[in-house]
Write a protein that binds this ligand. Sequence first.
Ligand code: HEC
Ligand code: HEC
Ligand code: HEC
Ligand code: HEC
Ligand code: HEC
Length: 375
Amino acid sequence: MKKKIIWPLLLIFFLLGGLAVILFGGVILPPQARPETVQAISEKWSTAGHSDRDSVSFTYWDDRDPPEIPTNCSKCHSEYGYLDYLGEDGSEPYVVDAAVPIGSVVSCLVCHNPTAHEKDMALFPSGVEIEGLGMTANCLECHQGRRSNQDVANAIMNLPEDEVNDDLDFINVHYRVGGATRFGDDATIAYQYPGKNYDGLFPHVPSFTTCTDCHDPHSAKVTPSECASCHPVVTGFDTLRDVREPSTPDYDGDGNTTEGVHYEIITIHEVLLQAIQAYALEFIGQPIAYSNQSPQWVIDTNSNGIADPDEVNRGNTYPDWTPRLVKATYNYHLVLESAGAFVHNPRYAVQFLYDTLEDLSQVVNVDMSNMIRPE
Ligand code: HEC
Ligand code: HEC
Ligand code: HEC
Ligand code: HEC
Ligand code: HEC
């Protein structure tokens, strides 16, 4: 008798429950559980640098004869090159076998193909392999730079620190290398001074630790409102750099303990440029200036401290390199190409900047008395 009543009741219960989910599902379930439409995704992607066909990243090889992208560049600057690198075209993985045609961008297919979906490991220029990355291994294959600690160490070997050597030259880590910087000592992208300790990955917090926890994979942007729940100082893109943990030391020693950790890094970085310029003038006898275009380091012909437009040309490339200068200029440029270092790995950035300054302070006058190195 009882069974006969319970079954219809249960049936009505489930029917009503199902109806409620259909009607109010959008309200009850968290919004991220609702998949985005392909159209919305495509619109987001079209706002990202990844889709910018006119960017120098994708047009640099257009005037070549024949117009193709060579094997050592195409992995990161072309859809075809990346698919070749993955081995998605049937070729050997982790190597680009042949030059590819110009004219592609970081398209949907770069990240959405069977190999990219299953990818879990990234291979860094240092030769290090990092596993357990899931699909973000793809981000790291491109945002890893092209050089590492090892390239700098191999170039300078045991050469006398302050002797100009014709075999030496500026070593350019490449551009937008934020992924490798995030992994610090695990990927050893900075020149790391022997005998010093360096932080590996900056874990941040478990819910915001992988690339795509913070960056939308399609717009490539972060969503500042997501940061604000823990960092109330963030009200939009322009205040991302104001984040600072109360426990963060006054790394740059300027007495300001409320500025964002980004500005701690920036001050030390500025002092580093002054130290590099003092070293070039006093030890090498040739003034140097930095330009954000190639060639990055030029002769500062009018000694005004900056690379003026007429100083930035191949013929005026800085010619006199010592091991100490190679190391310092490598790390200086690395910070500029790691604009996200303040969040990707602030402690690592301060560590290698501090050590670079300390190295220069052995030969030129640098005031580091109040600076703090995170240990
Ligand atoms: C095949 C190489 C490649 C892959 C894979 C890749 N990127 Fe990029 N990324 C680039 C290039 C090249 C640029 C510069 C684009 C330009 O110059 O317009 C770029 C630009 C960016 C920028 C700068 C902002 C912008 O919109 O230009 C961010 C942030 C970024 N990528 C994050 C990511 C993340 C996160 C992933 C993984 C989900 C990723 N990238 C995967 C090559 C890649
Ligand atoms: C490991 C991936 C990778 C490889 C390999 C690579 N690049 Fe890049 N390259 C990038 C990324 C990422 C950027 C950042 C683009 C940006 O946002 O400006 C970039 C930027 C550039 C730029 C624009 C620089 C600027 O000032 O904005 C040029 C030019 C360039 N690369 C040339 C090359 C050449 C030439 C090669 C081969 C010799 C090469 N790249 C190999 C990842 C790579
Ligand atoms: C730089 C890499 C990258 C590029 C380029 C890219 N995606 Fe994605 N896409 C991702 C990642 C990462 C995810 C998230 C996968 C996950 O969460 O498991 C994703 C998820 C998706 C999803 C599932 C979304 C959801 O809400 O479940 C769709 C659909 C999609 N992408 C379509 C596209 C289309 C269409 C394009 C080109 C317009 C594109 N993607 C370009 C990396 C990329
Ligand atoms: C769930 C809380 C939470 C969210 C969300 C969050 N953070 Fe954090 N953040 C933290 C904590 C906790 C630390 C300190 C971690 C440590 O030092 O080990 C931190 C550290 C930082 C630091 C370094 C501060 C310093 O003084 O060294 C920066 C920068 C930062 N977060 C930026 C961001 C950005 C940008 C976002 C959004 C994309 C974000 N955070 C989202 C909790 C959060
Ligand atoms: C905790 C949040 C967070 C994580 C995790 C994170 N990023 Fe970022 N990233 C940022 C913020 C914030 C910026 C600065 C954005 C701005 O200026 O609008 C940034 C900037 C960048 C840039 C441009 C500047 C640079 O330093 O190269 C690239 C490229 C980039 N991120 C790639 C990555 C990749 C690849 C990963 C994964 C290895 C990653 N990010 C992980 C928050 C994050």
